[in-house]
Each structure stands twice: as structure tokens, then as C-alpha cells.
Unconditional design. Structure first.
Length: 354
């Protein structure tokens, strides 16, 4: 195990941090407010940093300076190095802060709600999501490159589809950076092991577990029709997730605005949406995430292999408890209004079923 391989994630994370600090960005106000009631400000440049980093990596590979499958070759060492970084980050950001619960809970869930430095120039949550997305993209592309190098004469179209869909997912996520300032993570979670280690290790190395499983497996010759259906399934899930998040974002910014120019907002006392996506279920965006993850697992062409299914299974484990805690948080915040919303929209995630 070489020092270079172990330090590979540190090099990527350091590069992303440097670019994040110097690449021009736009300033926006988020939903979360500070102790004085003033909205927190964020400097957003994620898509630019993503493009520079991934483009630079591709250029270096094209020039012959780096192998295209670099991150596949050192996948285990890279994951180990990222794990060490995640643990150090957790200790560094949690221990100096004032206790909130017991030490174990504080280390896992965090103590600081929205740590920022430089007046928002560097926000811990935004940086963690950015660096995780870039490292994940490098893994996805490098794993696909290994498959192309290994099976150049009979490449699996499913691996290409999987990589293209995942890349779309990451690019559009960073394109809508501002929208995510209005999501559960920013409103309710603190920064500790769960968020820090999760973004530095789990997000970039586990989300692509399907690639780990099939990058060195031959073309399963999945029918083109099925691949097309999986693509449709992915974008159906994306429509639910992105559509719901955009509708909420626009409503929070302007309660009178029609979502997508057609969906007039209907809200209880002007606070809780009960129309459009949010009239289908109370967490319809979670359903979209699960559908997208399932489509990615299927696209790889090995439906009986358990490994690609770990990704959608993770979403079930993550989102089912989260909807419960979010329901409790909203009940405490809105009181009887939330009880009325639950009556109007009885389904938690899947309309008509759950």
C-alpha cells in the first residue's frame, strides 16, 4: 500500500478546497438564519469548481500524465485514506465546540449547526457536499474507464449508461446548489461524523458501489429496450425529486409564484404547501431519490447481484427514519397546522401506499 495511493483523496480534497476559495462565485442568502435572525450568506461556485477539477483530471489523463483508471486502481487505498481524513475532520470540528448531548452523540451528529468562516466564503456543509460530489464523479469516470480498458472489444452499454446518468445527477445537483440551502440537511442537521465522514468517505466511495461490483465484469448484453426503460425510470425519479425541491424553493422565496409557471401554490395559512408535488405525499422527493437509485442499479445489467442494490437500500435506511424525524420537527414547528397537513396529505412517501 503506497503513500501516494493513501494520500490521493487528500490531494483531491486540498485541490477542491483551494479552487473553492479562489474561483469566482455568487453570493446568495439561504433559508437558515443566524442568532440575530439574519439569513446566512453563502458563496456558490460548485459547478465551476467541478468543471475545472474533472476537466483537469481528464486533460491530465489525455496527456498521458495519469492513467484513466487511476482511482479504480487505488480504490481501496483511496477509501482508506479518505476514511482517515473523515475521522480527523470529525474530531477537529466537533471537540472544540460546546457540548450538546453526550460525547458519543455529539461526535456522530455534531455540535455546530452551520459552521462558516470568512462571512460565508467557506461554509462547511456546502464544501462537504461539493468535495464529495467531485470525488464521486472521479470514481465513477475512473471505474468506467477501467471497464472500457478491460473490455474494449465488448463494452457493456449499461456501464456507459450508469456513468452518464450518475454524471448528470452530480452536474444538475451542483447546478441547483442554491435550492439545497432549503433542504432538511441545512435546516436540521449539525456537522459531525454523519455529515463530515459521510461526505468525505461514504458519499464518494459507497454511492458508486455498483461500479465497484461490475467494472471488471463482462458485458451482460442487457436488451436495449430495458436500458431505455431504466433511463426513463431514472428521469421519472429525477422529476419527482428535483420538481418537489424546486417547488418548495420557489415557494419559500416567493409564496405567490407559480411553480414551473403552471402550478399555483396552495398553502395552509400561507406556510405549508399542499399542492403540486407536495400534495402527492409529504416526502415525494424521497420517492424520487429511491427510484433514481434503483434505476442506476438496474442499468448495470446484473439485477441478481446484491452489490448494486446496496445503493437504493441505503436510501431506504436513510430516508425512512429521516421522514419520521422531519415529521416530528414540523409538528413541533407548525403545531395544529401540521396535523391539518397530515390530514390533507396522508401518505408519507409513496402516494396511495405509504
Amino acid at each position: 500500500m503506497s503513500l501516494f495511493a493513501l494520500a490521493l483523496p487528500l490531494g483531491v480534497y486540498g485541490l477542491v478546497l483551494g479552487l473553492h476559495l479562489i474561483v469566482p462565485g455568487r453570493w446568495v442568502e439561504g433559508y437558515v438564519r443566524d442568532a440575530s435572525g439574519k439569513p446566512l450568506r453563502y458563496r456558490l461556485n460548485g459547478l465551476r469548481v467541478f468543471g475545472i477539477t474533472v476537466g483537469g483530471w481528464a486533460g491530465a489523463c489525455a496527456a498521458g500524465w495519469l492513467p484513466w483508471d487511476l482511482f479504480y486502481r487505488y480504490r481501496w487505498e483511496g477509501a482508506a485514506g479518505a476514511c482517515a481524513i473523515g475521522l480527523v475532520f470529525t474530531l477537529a470540528i466537533v471537540l472544540p465546540a460546546a457540548p450538546v448531548r453526550g460525547l458519543g452523540a455529539d461526535l456522530y451528529l455534531g455540535r455546530l449547526e452551520n459552521p462558516q468562516w470568512g462571512g460565508g466564503r467557506l461554509d462547511a456543509k456546502m464544501f462537504l457536499y461539493l468535495v464529495g460530489a467531485i470525488m464521486l464523479e472521479l470514481n465513477v469516470l475512473s471505474f468506467a474507464a477501467h471497464h472500457l480498458i478491460t473490455f474494449g472489444g465488448d463494452v457493456s452499454p449499461g456501464v456507459i449508461l450508469y456513468s452518464a446518468l450518475f454524471s448528470f445527477f452530480l452536474v444538475e445537483y451542483l447546478n441547483f446548489e442554491e435550492v439545497h440551502l432549503y433542504t432538511y440537511d441545512f435546516m436540521a442537521e449539525r456537522v459531525g461524523f454523519k455529515l463530515g465522514w459521510g461526505c468525505l468517505v461514504f458519499y464518494p466511495f459507497f454511492y458508486c458501489v455498483g461500479s465497484w461490483a461490475v467494472a471488471d465484469r463482462p458485458n451482460p448484453h442487457t436488451p436495449v429496450v430495458l436500458l431505455g426503460l431504466y433511463g426513463v425510470m431514472f428521469f421519472a425519479g429525477w422529476t419527482l425529486a428535483r420538481g418537489a425541491n424546486l417547488q418548495k424553493f420557489w415557494f419559500k422565496r416567493d409564496p405567490q409564484r407559480k411553480a414551473f409557471g403552471v402550478l399555483a401554490p396552495v398553502a395552509l395559512e400561507g406556510k405549508v404547501l399542499v399542492s403540486g408535488f407536495w400534495g402527492l405525499s409529504r416526502h415525494i422527493n424521497y420517492l424520487g431519490e429511491i427510484v433514481m437509485a434503483s434505476a442506476l442499479a438496474l442499468s448495470l445489467g446484473y439485477p441478481l447481484s446484491p452489490w448494486p442494490w446496496l445503493y437504493p437500500l441505503y436510501y431506504l435506511v436513510l430516508l425512512l427514519p429521516r421522514q419520521h424525524f422531519d415529521d416530528q420537527r414540523c409538528a413541533a414547528k407548525y403545531g395544529p397546522l401540521w396535523a391539518e397537513y397530515r390530514r390533507r396529505v396522508p401518505y408519507r412517501i409513496i402516494p396511495g401506499i405509504y
